[in-house]
Structures are given as structure tokens and as C-alpha cells.
Design a protein around this ligand. Sequence first.
Ligand SMILES: Cc1cc2nc3c(=O)[nH]c(=O)nc-3n(C[C@H](O)[C@H](O)[C@H](O)COP(=O)(O)O)c2cc1C
Length: 351
Amino acid sequence: MLLDTLYRVARPALFAMDAETAHERTFHAMGVARLVAEGARLRPDPLLARRVGGLTFAGPLGLGAGLDKNGVAVRTWDALGFGAIELGTVTGQAQPGNDRPRLFRLVEERALINRMGFNNLGAAALAGQLRALREAGHWPKHAPVGANLGKSKAVPNEEAVGDYLVSLAALRGLADYFVVNVSSPNTPGLRALQEKEPLERLLGAVIPAAAGTPVFLKLAPDLPDEALVEAVDVAVAAGCAGILATNTTLSRPGTTGRLDQAGGLSGAPLAPLARAKIAVVVGAAAGRVPVVGVGGVATADDVLALLRLGCAATQLYTAFIYGGPTLPSKIHAELLERARAAGSLDALVGG
Ligand SMILES: Cc1cc2nc3c(=O)[nH]c(=O)nc-3n(C[C@H](O)[C@H](O)[C@H](O)COP(=O)(O)O)c2cc1C
């Protein structure tokens, strides 16, 4: 298929570049990718739809946050067949992020290390993108679009709530769901907001301000199990629609050590740790709220393993960089074939 050919041809040149430069170049081609993808009809079959926290995801595999921080390629993600599309992280203020280089490939490990530090144009700019999509009638018909919110670096933790509320005020009524991100490792102090009292204060302010739009909480894989359980309890009590687990890890499981850089590790080496932490989160949620599993997902078997663990849906980021633009639709196609053979996706998951 044409997109695969384009990716195969472009990949050696892209992988010869600094990882972030390659990312930026690829974004210039997003319009073309969308047109090709539209022609190829890659959106998930209705048999794959999943109910997640009051929303219907078009399929069990969504786009994880961070790939499209400013929401510039929503129509392309939709056309490529993601079941849900998470944009951001955006912060209350526009900010440049950390110094470059800040994104590194570990090709043999099919992993990335990043210390981007929430480079983004700010919540108001994302709101502008989403409003324009809605007004032009280009909002995805089946894949919900979420906005992942973080804290501006210049704002101290004591004033974090206000910064999240600035983002919410800009984006209210525009996103299909929100994610409170307190789990990225590259904003100093951010992960302290996962602790009980700050988290209660934050969610206690954000959820009412979201005015009925579902709010998810995204957690880190580096939290001890007891802290994860506590965070899930706080989220449920506050009225969160669901939990996303996990973000990147500061630990270095399963890497060769050929390249080490400060930052969060994602991709294949994260999978076992993420899976163990997702199991803890699913157990703590105990069916009270859905869990979206993320971390090292790269195949239909990975998606199925997380659904069988009790996740309502999954996301990926890093595997997309290594697998290319047709990966989400290929994973959904394989799941569809197996779901049809089993009678339904639920039957496949149950079996
Ligand atoms: C370069 C890069 C940037 C990321 N930026 C964000 C972000 O802004 N907000 C967020 O919640 N997660 C961010 N993530 C984490 C991913 O959404 C995901 O949780 C993590 O990478 C694990 O999934 P994966 O192994 O499929 O990549 C980022 C990941 C990468 C690799």
C-alpha cells in the first residue's frame, strides 16, 4: 500500500536525522498522508468500537499524548484509523520546553528516550485548532479527541491548580475528553502532584471545571504499587472517568546501555514494567472506572494482552515511530479478523 511504500522510502533518511528534526519534517507531510489514508479507508470497523468512560472509542487502539502536542494533524490521525486521538500535553502558558537535543532513538531496542519538557504553544492555541476543526465540520466522526493537560514550568506546584484551570477554561466544550497529566518526568516537581492531598486538590478543582466532559488521570510507571492504588482511589472519589497507565519511565529496564540520556524511556523495554503497573491499576480500579493501557504496545497481541488484563482500551506512541503510519490500521485489521472468528471483540478478549 502506498503509505507503506512512502514510509519505507522515507525511513532511512528520517532515521539518519536527529529524531526531533525527523518528527518536524514528517509533520510537513501530514496533509498528504491524510489524503492517501482517506483513500485507503483505514478507520476501524464498527465491530471494534469500545465504551470507555462515557465515550465510544472507534477501536481499542488510540494515539497516546505527545506526538501531536498542538493538535495540528487531527484529521490525519483519524484517517490513519486510531480509535481515539489524544492531543497535548498543553500547558496554561506556551513554553519552549528543554534545550535540544531532547529526543533520542534506541533503534535496536525499539525505544525512545525523551526529555521534551512540554514544549507546546499553549492551551489557547490548541483551542484555536479544535474550534477551527469543529467550525469547518472536520471533527472526527467516530474517534474521540482528547486534550492532555500539564503544568507550565514557570508556575510553581503550589499554583498548579490555577494553571490547569487556565487550560480548561480555554478548552472547555472543545475536547471530547480531558487528561490530567501529573506523570511526565520532565517537568520538575510535576510527579509530586500524584500524591494524595495535591491530587485531591487538583482533581477537586479540574473535574467540576470540566463541566461534564470526562476527565482521565494519567499515572507514572515509577510509582510504587501502594501509591498507584492510593492515586486510583483519589481519582475514583473525585469522579474521574478513567485512568491512563502508564507514562514513560525514568528507570532503564531492558536497554543495552549503548545510549543513555536523561529523560523518560518508552517503547518495547517499557512494556513489562507498564504491564505490571497496569495490572495494579486495574486491580485498584476494581471495575469502578475504566483503565486505558499504554506502554510498549506494538502489536495486536499486545493490545489483546492489555484488554485481557482488564483494560477498556489501549494507546501507543513509540511503536508508531518504528512501525510507520499503517501500524494502527494493521493492528485493528488483525483484531477484527480474530474478533469475527470469535464472534465479537468481547468474546475474543474473554477467550
Ligand atoms: C517523545 C515523547 C513525548 C511524549 N510526550 C508526552 C506528553 O506530552 N504527555 C503525556 O502524557 N505523555 C507523553 N508521552 C508519553 C506517551 O504518551 C506514552 O504514555 C509513553 O510513551 C508510553 O507509550 P509507548 O511505549 O507506546 O510510547 C511522550 C512520549 C514520547 C516518546
